[in-house]
Every structure is written in structure tokens, then in C-alpha cells.
Design a protein around this ligand. Sequence first.
Ligand code: MOS
Length: 773
Amino acid sequence: MTEVTGKPVDRVDGKLKVTGKATYAAEYFPKNMVYGVLVLSTIPKGRIKNIDTRQAERVPGFAGIMSYKNSMSLHFPQSSDPGAGKFAEKDLLPMQNNRVYYDGQAIAVVMANTFEQAEYAASLVKVEYEVEKAAVGLHENIATKYKPASGLGGGKVQVSRGDADAALQTSEVKFEQTYTTPVYHHNAMEPHATVAEWKGDKLMVYDATQSVAGSKNLLASMLGILPDKVKVAALYIGGGFGSKGFSWPNTVLTAMAAKQVNRPVKLALARQQMFTTAGRRSETIQKIALGATSAGKLNAIKHDTTSESSFVDEFVEQAGVATSMIYSCPNVEVSHSLVRLNRGTPCPTRAPGEAVGTYGLEVAMDELAYQLKMDPVQLRLINYAETDEDKNKAFSSKNLKECYRRGADAIGWAQRNPQPRSMREGNYLVGYGMATATYPANRSASSAKAVLFADGRAEIMCATQDIGTGTYTIMTQAAADALGLPVEKIQVKLGDSDYPKGANSGGSQVTASVGPAIRAAAIGVVGKLKKMAVADNASPLHGYKEADIVVSDGRIHLKDNPDKGETYIQLLNRQGLQKVEAIAKTNVSTRQQAESSPAAKGTPEADAEEQSKTNPAVQEDEHTDRKPYTFHSFGAQFVKVLVDPVLNTVKVDKAVAVMDIGRVMNLKLAKNQIMGGMIFGIGMALMEGTAYDPNNGRVVTRDLAQYLVPVNADMPQLEVQFIDKPDPYISPIGARGIGEIGITGIVAAINNAIYHATGKRVRDLPVTLDKLI
Ligand code: MOS
């Protein structure tokens, strides 16, 4: 049987999705349910003096209102890690007092029998404020900037090696520029939504979340109840991109509201509400300085980022982190500062850090290449990092040179005349640009369960979730190969916090984290089958060595003589077993601090830890020596743009990505992920950007008519290629993550192509036509 991993298998949930049978969080209708609608603040800072609810209460169907005046008390959240439950605004637990820290903050939940009644009643709530002076703009408040101690997950954000300032002084060629990016919003198709129902002291929650396990722990910790009293389900999720990684006020408020009215409550955010209470990508100012020899060898890199955070939590947009290892350079200084503003807390957004950071650095590299009169690809090859010079370690696997070569071929780089504004096609100016893509290859501890039934079917269970990326499908493929079953015989069950804990869907880590756990659980089942068969007088495999036995096509048989064996159905039925099951935990992390501590007794993870001690797949995986390596994915982005010289409109005509992401699990889904990232990048480069009213800090572009995202008419010819070489150290499967790297590099590549086409360098995103005049 040939392996199904790597094959372009169709999405196993595709049919359910296109027929509307895949149920999203807002599509549950518990009996006696009421609809909740949020009332949002309309000032950027101050205090609520009074909430007048008399008119709202007279609306037919009115069921209740919750505000700081009558809401239950919350406990301070215990965790600051999305996988364990990270509340987005730890210093602003919702509706605990009358403070307002931003425009669009949730200040009341109005409940009624129908959605329309609730929405109407919410519109009648009258709020009086005492307004205070707010900090509303990043540039206006730059004097208040400070250096945060650490970034996401406690990571280092101030990095230096050598002496970048001194090296810059003595460099033959110097370059320095500032790049700015606006606020971007995730705009997942599915809005944040929660359905909460209390059954006695137990809480059932359907939530649009990138972490059912984290959401469960967080709710328990904030509500002050035991985790085993809470169950969170998210069977299908319509995109997250980071916005559903942290937990926002809407989720816990739904649970609080359901308790207050003693009825199930459904609360979905309106698109407009998602612009203030569900995160965003921080606005950034990046100052980049490069020093090089006249032959193009980098001698110094400085990358200083200032971004915005809120007054109620701290989030660092880690734009410079990749700069510390992307090129070979002896003197590097990476720094990050924050300015607190009266806005909600920013959060990870597809490739947090790298998406904006590779824009700044890779445009700067292009500018340096022009200054040196050198080909931009050549400049990158001269400064190619053979090792991770930040960590002083080898890369687990890196094939970036091949990415550059293949990408250049695919776009026709050799035909490019490097002179700006020198190439034309009909009326259009033609530009070619390129950039390096990179994103860390994260992996963290995960558990999974595999069950083989006597009818030859199998089920896999893991409390991770498919946020739309194809996790159900690739995990089915991984399980199929390990269990020796066709994909049709396997059902992967995810998105339920009662299953063994899997990774949160953040940091592109699910494939690398959950895949090995599922494989190990499946191998655990196979191990049990082998033992059973060799001990069974009636089995054709009786007395053979387990090491000589393999599985394929639903059969257990000798490796060298496939006819000698039997089907799983025969074996289990003869043994009188309904099922054989195994549970496994792979406690491997590519980051410090992310290995998990021992599980609590009686939980599925504790069982998984026990069984894993004798699971050969877990043992091999956990005993792989990863200390000498760092784990990163790389790629090359090449684009061709057409610019109308009269209207200054930019059309990306062709975009090529060549990605080195380890082994490709499913070619169709992998291409889909990279294309999605590239399309996100087209939006970042050319059209997206959230505008705030400078007077009152209110989001102006708060819907998809004002906030432009790319549509089909904006699409170029997209070409995605993979190196497809398994990473020998990340896991036995060899696949690294893929959800985020597609957006890295592309923004710079577009920008560089626009410069090549027009001779005009725009250092402020997005590159709208007014900036090209
Ligand atoms: Mo991702 S932006 O870490 O969900």
C-alpha cells in the first residue's frame, strides 16, 4: 500500500461545508435559548456615569440585561498562553467596573427571545459617560514609548550580537530608512460567536476559538469553577488568522449572561463589532539600518520596531525577531518598543511579527541592492545564513537556495531589466520584485487517541481544531498510513475539549504537533494488534516475530509475505473484541518553556503519558536529539506587477512562492494555505488598512465596504511550489507548519516590484494609488 500522506486528498469535510451541514458555533439552538447583543462604548476613555435601560426593557421579548452594575464577579485569568487559555485583556475583565479604555469596548449584554428584539433593545440602551483625555494615535504618542521585557510566550524581543552601531560607522555602504504599516484586521469569514448553556453546575460552550482546550481552561479559571465542569466545542471554524487565538470578552460574557438569565445564550459579534473587540494587527514603525561592504556582504543590521499596545494588556508585534537569524551578519541589533493607546489589545495576526517584519527588512534589502547596483537575489545569496547565527545552532533543514533558484525561473527573473521604469507591456509599466519568506517551525506537546473497531473502521480523537486549514484531512491521512487503513475508514474527531489535549491552532504548529501524536496513538493500536496475533493459535501470524509484521489495507501481515496474515475484522472478531484503542502523548517542543508539565490524575493526558512510556513511536520521537538545531521554514516570493502609468493602479499579475516547509502532507491543501497567505499579503500591500478617527479614536473603516480585502478580480496567476524534503528532526512525519509563511515576503516582493515598475519607493503601507502620484 503506498502512503496517502502527501497525496492531494480532497477535504474530508468538504461536502459537509458546501451542503451547510458543518455546524459553526452560532449554529446551535439549545431549547429555551435567548439571543445576546453587545452594547459597545462610544468613548475612547473615561467612566460610565449611568446606564439607562428603561426603554430597552420595554421591548417585547426582552429577557435581561447585564452590565457592570449586576454582572457576576470574575477571577483573574491564570494563564498567559493561548494553548492554556489567554484572555486578551487581562487588566480589563469585562463588566467588572465602570471604566472605559477604548471605543467599542463591551459594556453591556442585552438579551431577548429573538435576535431582532435583542438588537433593537440594545440600540435603546442609553449610556452617560464622564470622558477623559485619551491617547489615540501611535505617532502622536510616540514620546511615551517603552521597551517591553519580553514578547509572545515570554520570548526575547531585544536581541543583539556584535556591535551594530560601531560596525555601521565603518561600513563602506550604509543604508537607513523607516517603514510604516497600518492597523490590519483579520476579518475571518465567520464572526466570533458563542453559545453557552449551564446544566446545573456544568457549562457547555460552543465557541469560535483556535483553542478548545485553552478556552475551556480560561473559562473555568475566570468563572472560578473546576475545568472538568466546562466543555468547549468548536467542530468547524470559519477562519481565525490569530483573532480567535486569544479569548475575547464575548466568550466569557456569554457564559456569564447565561448564568444570569438561567437560559442558554447565543452571542455573535456583528462584523462592525469585530473591529474593536476581537483584536487586530498592530500598527508599526520600523527603522532599519544596514551596513555592507561594497561587495554586498552585510556587516551590520539594525531593526528597531515601535508598535502599539493597549492600556489593559501588553502585546508586542515582533517584527524584528526574524531579522536576528535570516541573514549571515556579525553585528545585529533588534529592538522593540511599545506605545500604549486607548484601543483594544492587538493580537497575533497571520505570521505575527514576520508579516510586517519581512516587509520592512526585505524592502530595505532591495533598496540596498539598488544602492550596490547588485541583483537582489545575488545580495541574498552573498549573505545566505548557513546556520542560525542568533542561536548559534544548525537549522534542522534549510533549502532556501533552491527556493530562490526555482522562484527566479518560474517568474522569468533572467529577463528582467533591473533599471526602474524600463519595462513595459502595452500601456502598463512592468515590475518584478522578490523577497525572502520565513516563519519559525513551532511544535508543542500533544495527545491523541486512536480506536480501531471490529468492523474495520477507526476513530481518532484530539482536542485540537480545524480552523479551516484542512486539519481534519491531513490528520486522516497521517492516521491512515499509521493504521494501514484507507482514508474512507477513518473518522478524525476534533474540536471537543473532552478529547486528549492537542495543540492550539496558532503559530502554524498543529501539523507538526498533532500529527506525530496521532501517528503514535495509531502505532500504539497496531502494536496491540501484533501482540494479539502472534499469541493467537488461530491467527496465521501465530508465533511470528512482531518485528516482521506490518499493516496495510486493513490487514495485518508479514512484511516479506503479504499473503500471510488476516484482516483486522477477522482478528478482532475472533478475539471477541469490539475495539482496540490506544492513547499517546508526544511531549516535544521546538521552543523553550513549551514542554508540558505532567497531567493531572484521571485526565486523558495522564493516561496518554502512562501508555506513551512503552509506545515505540513516542519513545523514538522524544529521544531524537533536537538540541543542536533550530527550526525554521523558508521560502522565496517572486512577483510581477503591472502599473497603469496614468491612474497609478497596481495589479499583481503573477506571484510565485517556492516554499521549504519540510514534508508536504497534502499538496492540494498545502498550496491552498500558501495561496491564502499570498492573497492576505496582496491585501496588506495594496488595499487593507484600518483608519481611526484622530479626534475620538474610533474605527472609521468598520465594515467590508470600507475595509477593502482582495477579491477574485484582484487575483494574479498564483504559482506555489514546494521543496518537499522531510525535516529529519522536527518529527517522524517530517512536516513543518504552513499556515503563516505564505504571507511573509510577499508584501515586500510586491513593494519591490512596484519600485521596479515605477521608480517610486513607497515606504508606507498600503501602496494605494495616491502614494504613487
Ligand atoms: Mo496565528 S496569527 O499564531 O493564529
